[in-house]
Write a protein that binds this ligand. Structure first.
Ligand SMILES: Nc1ncnc2c1ncn2[C@@H]1O[C@H](COP(=O)(O)OP(=O)(O)OP(=O)(O)O)[C@@H](O)[C@H]1O
Ligand SMILES: [Mg+2]
Length: 359
């Protein structure tokens, strides 16, 4: 669902900024600190309800103000739709679709976005938790059932772990274990199916980008587990869990390993291999969302030209489909011209941001 217009109020360094986007390539340019990445962050929040820069989303409220607001207008099947998100410093938030207050799960998947930014390099370089976070976000985007089961699982796990820290409440185990096993079964069922589809996308993009015969794939343990098997395993580990005061079995322990030419990229990848792996991962993500939802995600390319050499960034642009809405940030327009992006094309737009003195 392409974004027609976005308005940021008291968001990061933006006091009030409005931008209209075209359905093609949109370039946001300006000096360091002018607020380019913040615009992508705002689009990302409207897409998934979360920032990619912080878990404490109230940090995005402009200093010395109380409430931030992001509002965007979309066109879907020729109908206009408005999604807004307001956030206060005291952690209250409100999401609306066309003036109706909604829960986060109602916006997830409505306007999928794929983000390629320096922060996302944690997918290949970061902890197993970073990779789980990546796949949880992606699979939630394409499946409401996954999103719901994950929310139940996360909440229940927290409660079970609290009980583990307080053995006086030991009799509550069975209540939590049942809920935990049920949601874990659904999460694993979806993960097994999605992992295989996602891997196919990785194979396809690796073939498309075949300059250096690169292959990237995902390695996971996809053994099917039923609710009963999960409950039995939880019971079996009760003593260990009580000793360690945390739950040792479940989807929160899954490991997603990316292989670059059959070798784990996290341990052995060179800087360049990490970068190209991330690009292929993102292109596969784009393809996966498109296949699963029939929607074309908006591509958010933060600092693409600063992070990739000319040849690689050109390869990324060549792989983009012409009909996908793309938002690129850069400090100037020189790289944009070098890559042959025509800003006179009526589908493309550019927006210049200036650093505000009152930051
Ligand atoms: N809550 C906030 N209130 C006010 N200003 C903030 C807040 N959070 C961040 N900033 C400031 O907003 C500015 C914009 O940051 P942003 O990352 O969007 O810039 P950018 O244009 O992407 O810069 P770069 O080219 O360096 O990547 C920074 O100067 C940052 O210090
Ligand atoms: Mg930036």
């Amino acid at each position: 669902m392409p974004i027609d217009q976005i308005k940021l109020t008291s968001f990061r360094n933006h006091a009030e900024t409005s931008m209209s986007f075209g359905p093609g390539i949109n370039v946001i340019w300006g000096e360091n600190g002018s607020g380019k990445t913040s615009v992508l962050e705002a689009v990302h929040i409207l897409s998934i309800g979360k920032s990619f820069k912080t878990n404490r989303i109230n940090e995005t409220v402009k200093h010395n103000t109380d409430v931030s607001r992001i509002e965007a207008r979309f066109t879907k099947n020729e109908k206009k739709e408005t999604i807004s998100f307001s956030q206060s410093t005291d952690r209250r938030r409100q999401l609306k679709i066309n003036d109706t207050v909604v829960k986060a799960r109602e916006i997830v998947g409505k306007n999928p976005a794929v983000l390629l930014s320096p922060e996302e390099q944690k997918i290949t370089k970061g902890t197993p938790g970073d990779r789980r976070g990546y796949f949880n976000k992606l699979y939630s985007t394409v499946s409401g059932e996954y999103f719901k089961s994950l929310s139940i699982f996360t909440r229940t796990l927290k409660q079970r772990n609290a009980v583990l820290k307080n053995p006086n409440q030991k009799e509550q185990f069975n209540t939590w274990d049942d809920l935990l096993a049920e949601s874990a079964e659904t999460i694993w069922k979806h993960r097994i199916c999605f992992n295989s589809k996602y891997n196919e996308c990785l194979k396809t993009v690796s073939k498309m980008y075949n300059k250096n015969s690169v292959s990237i794939s995902l390695n996971t343990d996809d053994t099917k587990k039923t609710k009963d098997e999960i409950s039995t395993e939880l019971k079996k580990r009760e003593q260990i869990d009580l000793r360690n005061k945390s739950t040792s079995f479940g989807p929160h322990k899954d490991d997603f390993t990316f292989l670059f030419n059959n070798t784990p990229v996290k341990q052995f990848g060179s800087q360049g291999e990490h970068k190209i792996s991330l690009v292929l991962i993102k292109l596969a993500e784009y393809m996966f969302i498109k296949n699963e939802t029939n929607q074309t995600p908006t591509l958010l390319l933060d600092d693409l030209f600063a992070k990739l050499d000319f040849e690689r960034s050109d390869a990324v642009l060549a792989l983009l489909e012409k009909k996908s809405q793309t938002i690129i940030t850069n400090t100037d327009l020189v790289d944009i011209e070098k890559h042959g992006i025509d800003l006179n094309d009526p589908n493309n737009k550019s927006f210049h941001l200036e650093r505000q003195c009152s930051n």
